[in-house]
Structure formats: structure tokens, C-alpha cells
Design a protein around this ligand. Structure first.
Ligand SMILES: *[C@@H]1O[C@H](CO)[C@@H](O)[C@H](O)[C@H]1NC(C)=O
Ligand SMILES: *[C@@H]1O[C@H](CO)[C@@H](O)[C@H](O)[C@H]1NC(C)=O
Ligand SMILES: [Zn+2]
Length: 985
């Protein structure tokens, strides 16, 4: 699945590291009064699992503390411990139930028949399933999954091979586990196959899970379609089944549809015939599938059109037909590339891809029928931006990589989800690079994945990529950046240390060994180790498992500190766990097997060595003079940060500041030095002065990748300062840094520009306009009015697709209701998903609070024109606007019920909305208020507890930042301003 919803630029800022920063302001306000409170929050963090209960407990204690002048430290600790234990136990009853199916029976074959009804007032489906079941031990019941289905108990029949009926004693329903338990009057025979027949009905829901309905308009008339989304645990909402990934079986589907519509599924249709009982309905009968997991089953009933390229087809609503051309062209190329890459042919007879108007995630890799939200598959030349084109390409590559990695060989259990998602997230870059090499996506990887996830993985509330998960909420929680981006990053690291050739050979042998079956990470490690030993890329006493266990089973990542001994020509490397709070690191040492790579000013050849878990590394006789720099972790191949002794930092900075010499370092290495140094400084490992001095080289930086890193890291500083009295100094600094690059990229977008030039322009203009650059704002507003005054704005838009997000936002921020309404009308009229996304993000830029309130309300109202799938985008766009932050928070609190009702059980959407809602609390009173709210809704909010937990931890870090670094950074900015004002005057 491509689960990570991508927002527009301004939103990305607000939901990545910065969303939490906004929260900080709250803490800054209340710090003086509640230093103790902060202490207690942090002391609780380590002890209990559920944040909701934690907050409840902690807020009680903090009340005690503030009313009692002198408090016995020990007493608090005891009270805390007791209260927490109680709370944790209470929470544990929910979390610890064993939801795994008994392994005594398993499915071999499903014969599934479904009739969905798609008439206003009747969104139901009727179904029946015949499951061939193998029994491995004597049992007198059959336990399988069913959820939100009405089971016709009288219809349940169990036959043995001779077609003799085994009478059913009773039917049980364990709704906590979503189990359907069929108790029998006699024991079943192991080694025998049985046939289980069940009839049922269900509702085509509107929350995009299980078998659901979706709609779109043609000439103002509603058209309905029915589609599925089963990963992770929602196949059981469409038919009773053994809904665990390792319980693979073959499927034979019969799907009915109105005569004028068509169906698609994993396999091909073999025949069709009229449905006897229902007028104007036809059955489509499908061929039997290969053995596959339930979560990969998919089917769609629609009136879409299709385009074909051999056995590869794309399906799309008729009005968007032209937008599917690109994916029809790119899809087969990528599929072919992966066939060569894996050395295994795509095993199914055809592949369909469909763009659905309503889709919760980005896309889903159902075997042979990949489903997408429109913006992840459709691209309209001249309307959609280049980043939208890149997104389409990379999502296709992601889903197609899953056809092997995930579909052909499937993780035994969701614990190994990271293997699936990390791998697909890496291959999305490899696959995109194969078809569009000029985009340099492998360079972008470092910023978008590696550096981005380092920010999240530093939190204590992060988790190891490989993690035990039990119930559906926990399973849902791990569809996160850690599984995807960290997973991808450590797989990339492996690609480097094994070499691509060995890496690919190991993968192929892993896939061939486990075809149509399931596997655990150890199976992959074994296959890779074998290849590595065969070709001597790893020492025979070292295995891939030894190395990779340190990366997959532990949270966080190492900091490698490099200290040179200048008179002895030696270098020492040591490792420790990187934390947000340097002074905190202590005895509990977590260590890694680290692939070290390095280059130096007098030797650009890449040297490498291993740093093991049990020894530090010393390099002797390294021929470096006092004036030579040393650079470690070349191109940021490894998942770690690097710190140096101050002198080596100075040498690196000297090289960077050299107008012609900075390109000695690759663009990714420049990006790495910026990101490492600023993050080391923020966590207290490095003097801020060194990091900020390093950034001054940016005045002559022309490349996009280092700028992306710089903006990402400096946005942190910006967010910390944006409401402070010293913001003018930051503005001066950033304005000076971008002065040259602003002139260099210009406001004019050209189709001949490279992908990275276009991105660079987008990044730079965004900051320039945000910081109030008059030229930038004037340009943006002028473009917008050109468009607004056009006779038909829905067919004529003079704005370059790549600049739309900036221009729309700036003009709506500068304008009033008229501008907003104009954009809203264009949103409603647009036929292109990516255009709608851009407008939606820009609509949150308004400064009129009533408009923003109305907009939020529309985001949770059926029929308003905003789809459920887009609610998070609306909330995120309003909360990244300083004026909207308070509104979003109050909306969340006052309308939590509405929000939950509207988004239903779609945890992915709910989490995304909650994240943005709590991101703008900014007074102590609001924090207290928030805690009271959390306490009162602990039960309902427990589904988003991970999100809340991570936010609160980031807030603490931000508070520390304000205490420890704010003054120092302001001092430096003042100095910078003084020096540079003189120069310009
Ligand atoms: C189930 O049993 C049948 C024969 O009884 C066998 O052909 C089939 O392969 C078995 N299925 C699985 C998944 O082991
Ligand atoms: C929906 O339509 C089908 C077919 O006409 C009918 O059998 C079924 O009872 C209807 N269900 C509801 C809830 O109206
Ligand atoms: Zn995926």
C-alpha cells in the first residue's frame, strides 16, 4: 500500500517535524509555571504504554505539585508508579487479547459469489462463499473472520469429501476478535478436506474499507461504483475468510453487476451470464487465481472506460480518460524493468490499474488489480505539475514492486510489514530512476526518505521497524514512516554494502525459495548471506542477520563521532545512540553494525570498513595533512549521523565556502553536512555557531538537493522563531541566503527546465513569498488576477502548473472572500485530481477566520464537495496557516464526535486529521484544557494514541530547544546581520 498521504508543500512542513513545533509555543508560555509538569510528562513517557492514560495520571500529579509547595520526590514517584500500573492494566485488557486464528484448520480454496446493489437507498450486497478447508488436528469447531457482515446462520453447511453433512451445533460470534466460530456436533478428521458453505449480506459502506461504494458526477448526475480495500484486516468485511496474510488460498470469484457496467478483479473473466433472480444483472465468472493472501483480493464494479497496452490496462472514469495515458505508458515499462530486476516473470496473465474517485490511502497493490486514488495514477499534461508526474511514476513503481515483494512472497505476519513496505518504498525510487533517469530521484531519496525519517526515529516513542503487533489498531499504527522510509533506507544501505549485484541475486533466490508462500525477515537475511559469502563480500564469520538485526530490532540510529589525531595521522570512530537530548545518553548502550565509508581531500576513492557492535574503529597511517578534510558516510549511504572534531568541521566548511570548490562534494554530501550539522546542533552535540557558519556557503549553492535539506532543517529554526520578537533577524539571514538563488531560478517556469531546477524554483519562491519578498508576492498576485479575469477560467489557466501552489496560496492570503470563492468554484469545476489538491491546500491560506471555519466544517460534511479522503488535506492546510491554528484546535475539541463519525473507522484518515488538529495548541491554558479533553475521551482517542504520544515528545524537545539554543541562535543572527548589513550598505 502507498499509505502515506502526500500533501502540498506548505502542508508537508506542518505535518513533518514542524507540526509539533507549533505546539511548542504552548510550552514556552507555560514553562515558567510548570517546569515540574514537563518533568513529569517525560518521566511518565518511559513507563506506560497508553499516552491517554498517562496524561490523565500525569495531570493529576501536576495538580498536586502545584498546590503543594514542598513535595517529597519519592512520594510522587510512588504515587505515579501505582497510578500508572493501574492505568496500564486497564488499557492492557484491550490490547493483549490474542486475535490470531487457531492454526488447526486452514483454507485451500474459496469459491466466492457476490451481488452488490448500487441503487440510492440500497447499498447492500448479498454473498455466499464455499471454502475448501484442510484440517491439521482434531477440532470440533471452525474459527474464521467476519466483521460487519450479517451471517445467515441457517445457511451454514459443512460437507466432507463424500458430500456428507456434518451438522452444526451452534454459531458463535466473538466480536472483539472479529471471529465467526462454527461449533460442530462431531470432531473433524485431520488430513481430510471439508467444504464450508456460508451465506451473508453486508453494506457497501462509505468509509473506503472492505467492500465500499464511491461516486462521481457526470453532468451533475451521480454515478455509483463499488470497490474494495482489504489491507490490512478488512477482507473479513466483504466475506467470511481466514484473514491472515500467511493463510494463502486460491480464489474463484463470481461477481454480479448491472448490465451496463463492468467488473474487474485479480484474474480474467472467463464467461458471463444473466442473473436469474435480478433483472438487468449479469454474472461475471472469473478464472481461478494463484495461491494468494486475502488482503490482496480485489474487485471493482464500475462504468469506467479502459485503455490497453497488451495485457496491461488502465481503468478510469470516461471524462478523465486522457489523464490515464501516462500511466498506461509508464506502467508496462516499469513492470518489464522489475521482471528483469527480479529475474522472475510477472506471474499473472494480466495487470489492471484503476483510478478510484474515493480512496483512503495512495494506492493498493492488489495482485493483478492495482487500485489508486486519482492523484496517484492520473496526470494531465499542461494542468498537473511535474511533482505530480513524479508522484504518479513512483506510486506505480511502488505498487508494481509489491507484485513480487509482498504478493508473490508475503510476510508471515504484520510484524514483518516493514519488509514489504520498506522494500517497495526503496524500489519506487529504483523503478522511477529506471524510466526517468533525468529526474535524479536517487538523490532526492536522501532528503525525502532518509533525512526525513531520521527526524521521527529520534523520538523515544518511535519503534523498531520489526515489531510485534496484535490487534487491528496496532497493525494500522505501523503503516507509518518508520516502516516505509526507515525500511527503505536500511535496504538502500544493504544495496550499497553488499553491492547491487549480490543484493539482486540474494533477492531473486529469496523470492524463488518462497514463491506463493510466506516468509520472515530471517529468510531474506539467509538468502542474502549465502550470496554474500559465495562472493566474498562479507567475512564468513559475519552474517547479514547479525548486521541487520541491529537495524531492524532496535529503535533509533547511531551517531558516529570522528576524531582525528592531527599529529599522529590517525582517526578514531566511536558510536552512540543519537538522542534529542545529548546529556541524557547513558549506560543503556544500544549499538549497531555500521558500514563506514569515507573520502578525503587528497583521496576521493571511497574507502570502507565495518564498525562492529563490540569495538570502536581506529585508522592509522592515514595520509592526511593538517589542511585535508575527511568526510564520512559518503552520499549518506548509511542510516546514521556523523559528527567530527571542530577542526575537521572547519576544514569541511572552508572547502564549502570556496566559491568554486564546494562542488568537490557531491550534492547529497552537501545536503548531508547541512542536515547533520543543524540536527547535531539542535540536539546539543555541536555548537550552533559551527552549523550556522556552515549554512552561509549556501549563498553560492545552485543545486536543489542541498537547498531542500537546508530548508527542511532551517524551517525548524524558523518555526521556533516565527512568533518571536527576533524574527526580523531570521528573515534577514534567510533573505540574504536565498538572494542569489532567487535571482538564478526566477519566476518564469520553463518546460525545458530539469526536474530539479523546477523543484528548486518551487522551494525558493515558496520561502521568498513567505518571508515577504515584494517582487515574489507581486508576481504571484499578478498571475492569479490574469487567471481570475480570464473569460473562462475553467478552460484557460495561464499559470504554470509548477507554480500553482505558490501563486494560489499567496493570492488567497492577500485576498478576501472574492478570491477564495473564485478558487472554490474552480475546485468544484475541475476534472483533475491534482488541480483539486492544489486548490484545497491553497484555500487554507486565507486570513479570514470565518472562511476558514466554514472550510473546516465543509471538510466533515457529506455533499459539501470535499470527499472524506481529502479531509486531512483541509485540516492540514488550515493548521499550517498561523491564523488557522487556533480554529483547528477548537474545531477538533468541539466536533470530535462529528469528526469520528464522518471518518468512521478509517484510522489512517483520523490519525492524519488529529495530527494537524493538535499541532497548534499554544497556551498553557489550552494544554491543560487539552489534557482534560483527552482524559474525558480516553477511550475513543486510544485509536490515535501513538500520534498524540509522538507529538507530546516532540514538544518537550522543542521546549528544551527554546531553553538551550534560542538565545544563542539569536546572538549569531544578530552578528550575521551586523556583518552583512555593513557589506551591503
Ligand atoms: C489441502 O488438502 C488437499 C487434499 O486433501 C491438497 O490437495 C491441498 O494441496 C491441501 N492444501 C493446502 C494449502 O495444503
Ligand atoms: C436491495 O435490492 C435487492 C435486489 O432488488 C433486494 O433483494 C434487497 O432486498 C434490497 N435491499 C434493501 C435493503 O433494500
Ligand atoms: Zn506499499
Amino acid at each position: 500500500m502507498d499509505a502515506v498521504t502526500t500533501f502540498g508543500k506548505q502542508n508537508r512542513l506542518s505535518i513533518s517535524k514542524n507540526f509539533a513545533l507549533l505546539l511548542v509555543i504552548l510550552f514556552i508560555g507555560c514553562l515558567v509555571g510548570t517546569g515540574v509538569l514537563v518533568y513529569h510528562l517525560s518521566s511518565c513517557t518511559t513507563t506506560t504504554k497508553s499516552i491517554i492514560e498517562k496524561i490523565e495520571v500525569c495531570s493529576k500529579i501536576s495538580e498536586n505539585v502545584s498546590t503543594t509547595e514542598i513535595v517529597d520526590e519519592k512520594e510522587i514517584t510512588t504515587t505515579t508508579a501505582v497510578a500508572i500500573t493501574e492505568a496500564a492494566e486497564k488499557g492492557a485488557t484491550n490490547k493483549s487479547i490474542d486475535v490470531r486464528l487457531p492454526q488447526s484448520v486452514f483454507p485451500d480454496f474459496y469459491d466466492l459469489k457476490l451481488i452488490p446493489f448500487l441503487q440510492e437507498g440500497n447499498f447492500t450486497f448479498h454473498g455466499q462463499v464455499d471454502i475448501k478447508i484442510n484440517v491439521t488436528e482434531k477440532v470440533n469447531n471452525i474459527t474464521l473472520h467476519a466483521d460487519e457482515l450479517v451471517i445467515n446462520e441457517a445457511s451454514i453447511i459443512l460437507h466432507d469429501k463424500e458430500n456428507k453433512t456434518i451438522p452444526v451445533l451452534k454459531v458463535g460470534n466473538d466480536s472483539d476478535r472479529q471471529f465467526l466460530v462454527i461449533y460442530l456436533t462431531k470432531e473433524l478428521d485431520p488430513e481430510t478436506q471439508y467444504n464450508l458453505h456460508i451465506e451473508f449480506t453486508g453494506i457497501l459502506n462509505d468509509v473506503m474499507q472492505g467492500f465500499y461504494r464511491s461516486s462521481y458526477l457526470v453532468e451533475q448526475k451521480v454515478r455509483w461504483i463499488a470497490a474494495t480495500q482489504f489491507q490490512a484486516t478488512d477482507a473479513r468485511k466483504a466475506f467470511p475468510c481466514f484473514d491472515e496474510p500467511a493463510m494463502k488460498a486460491k480464489f474463484k470469484l463470481s461477481l454480479a453487476r448491472p448490465k451496463n457496467m463492468s467488473t474487474i478483479s485479480n484474474m480474467r473473466i472467463i464467461s458471463s451470464e444473466a442473473v436469474k433472480e435480478v433483472e438487468d444483472y449479469e454474472w461475471d465468472y472469473y478464472e481461478e487465481s494463484v495461491p494468494m493472501s486475502t488482503y490482496l483480493v480485489a474487485f471493482v464494479v464500475s462504468d469506467f472506460v479502459s485503455l490497453h497496452n497488451g495485457n496491461f490496462s488502465v481503468w478510469v472514469r470516461k471524462d478523465a480518460q486522457a489523464q490515464a495515458k501516462y500511466s498506461l505508458d509508464a506502467g508496462p515499462k516499469i513492470l518489464k524493468y522489475f521482471e528483469d530486476f527480479f529475474q522472475i516473470k510477472f506471474p499473472l496473465p494480466k495487470l489492471d490499474m484503476i483510478a478510484l474517485p474515493d480512496f483512503a490511502a495512495g494506492a493498493m497493490e492488489n495482485w493483478g488489480l492495482v487500485t489508486y486514488r486519482e492523484t496517484a495514477m492520473l496526470y494531465e499534461e499542461g494542468v498537473s505539475s511535474r511533482s505530480s508526474l513524479q508522484r504518479v511514476t513512483s506510486v506505480i513503481a511502488h505498487e508494481l514492486a509489491h507484485q513480487w515483494f509482498g504478493n508473490l512472497v508475503t510476510p508471515k505476519w504484520w510484524t514483518d510489514l516493514w519488509l514489504n513496505e520498506g522494500f517497495a518504498s526503496y524500489m519506487e525510487y529504483v523503478g522511477t530512476n529506471a524510466v526517468e533517469p533525468s529526474w535524479k530521484v536517487m538523490d532526492q531519496f536522501v532528503v525525502h526518505e532518509l533525512q526525513n525519517v531520521l527526524e521521527l526515529d529520534v523520538l523515544k516513542s518511535s519503534h523498531p521497524v520489526s515489531i510485534q503487533v496484535n490487534n487491528p489498531v496496532e497493525i494500522n499504527d505501523i503503516f507509518d514512516r518508520i516502516s516505509y522510509a526507515k525500511g527503505a533506507t536500511i535496504i538502500r544501505m544493504m544495496d550499497y554494502f553488499l553491492s547491487t549485484k549480490i543484493f539482486k541475486q540474494g533477492l531473486t533466490s529469496y523470492l524463488n525459495n518462497r514463491t506463493y508462500s510466506s516468509a520472515e525477515q530471517d529468510d531474506l537475511w539467509a538468502a542474502l548471506t549465502e550470496e554474500a559469502h559465495k562472493h566474498n563480500v562479507l567475512n564468513t564469520n559475519l552474517t547479514v542477520k547479525q548486521i541487520m538485526d541491529t537495524w531492524t530490532l532496535q529503535t533509533g540510529f547511531p551517531l558516529v563521532t570522528v576524531t582525528r589525531s592531527y599529529n599522529k595521522n590517525s582517526v578514531s570512530f566511536k558510536q552512540e545512540k543519537f538522542t534529542l537530548q545529548r546529556e541524557e545518553h547513558n549506560a543503556s548502550q544500544v549499538l549497531w553494525w555500521i558500514p563506514i565509508t569515507y573520502i578525503s581531500s587528497n583521496n576521493k576513492h571511497i574507502n570502507s570498513t565495518w564498525m562492529s557492535v563490540d569495538s570502536n574503529v581506529q585508522l592509522h597511517n592515514i595520509t592526511l595533512s593538517d589542511a585535508d578534510w575527511l568526510l564520512v558516510n559518503v552520499d549518506q549511504r548509511g542510516y546514521y549521523r556523523v559528527n567530527y572534531d571542530p577542526k575537521n568541521w572547519q576544514l569541511l566548511i572552508k572547502q564549502l565556502l570556496n566559491t568554486n570548490g564546494y562542488t568537490t562534494f557531491s550534492t547529497t554530501n552537501r545536503a548531508q553536512m547541512i542536515d547533520d550539522s543543524l540536527n547535531l546542533a539542535a540536539a546539543g552535540y555541536l555548537d550552533y555557531e559551527i552549523a550556522l557558519n556552515l549554512t552561509t556557503y549556501l549563498v553560492h549553492e545552485k543545486d536543489c538537493i542541498p537547498w531542500m535539506s537546508a530548508f527542511e532543517s532551517l524551517d525548524y529554526v524558523q518555526e521556533m522563531m516565527v512568533k518571536s520578537a527576533d524574527f526580523d533577524k531570521y528573515k534577514f539571514y534567510m533573505t540574504s541566503l536565498i538572494k542569489n538563488i532567487y535571482a538564478h531560478v526566477g519566476f518564469e517556469d520553463s518546460p525545458n527546465n530539469t526536474q530539479l531546477t523546477i523543484y528548486n524554483r518551487m522551494e525558493v519562491l515558496w520561502r521568498a513569498c513567505y518571508l515577504g519578498n515584494i517582487d515574489c508576492i507581486k508576481n504571484a498576485v499578478a498571475y492569479f488576477y490574469n487567471w481570475k479575469s480570464a473569460p473562462n477560467a475553467d478552460t484557460y489557466n495561464p499559470i504554470s502548473p509548477n507554480l500553482k501552489n505558490i501563486i494560489y496560496c499567496v493570492a488567497i492570503r492577500a485576498g478576501g472572500q472574492e478570491e477564495w470563492d473564485f478558487a472554490w468554484q474552480r475546485y468544484l469545476a475541475s476534472n483533475v485530481g491534482s488541480e483539486k489538491d492544489i486548490i484545497m491546500s491553497a484555500l487554507g491560506c486565507s486570513r479570514e477566520t470565518w472562511i476558514l471555519s466554514r472550510y473546516l466544517y465543509w471538510a466533515v460534511t457529506d455533499g459539501s464537495g470535499i470527499r472524506k479522503q481529502d479531509s486531512p488535506r483541509v485540516f492540514s492546510s488550515v493548521s499550517s496557516n498561523i491564523i488557522g491554528q487556533d480554529l483547528v484546535y477548537r474545531f477538533f475539541k468541539n466536533n470530535w464526535g462529528l469528526l469520528k463519525q464522518h471518518l468512521g473507522s478509517s484510522l489512517m484518515l483520523l490519525n492524519a486529521v488529529v495530527k494537524t488538529c493538535i499541532s497548534h495548541i499554544n497556551t498553557e491554558k489550552d494544554l491543560q484544557d487539552f489534557k482534560i479533553f483527552l482524559a474525558a475521551h480516553s477511550e475513543e482517542l486510544s485509536v490515535v494514541s501513538k500520534t498524540i504520544e509522538q507529538s507530546l515528545e516532540q514538544i518537550e524537545a522543542n521546549v528544551r530547544w527554546m531553553n538551550n539554543h534560542y538565545a544563542k541562535v539569536v546572538e549569531w543572527l544578530k552578528w550575521y546581520k551586523k556583518v552583512h548589513s555593513k557589506l551591503t550598505v
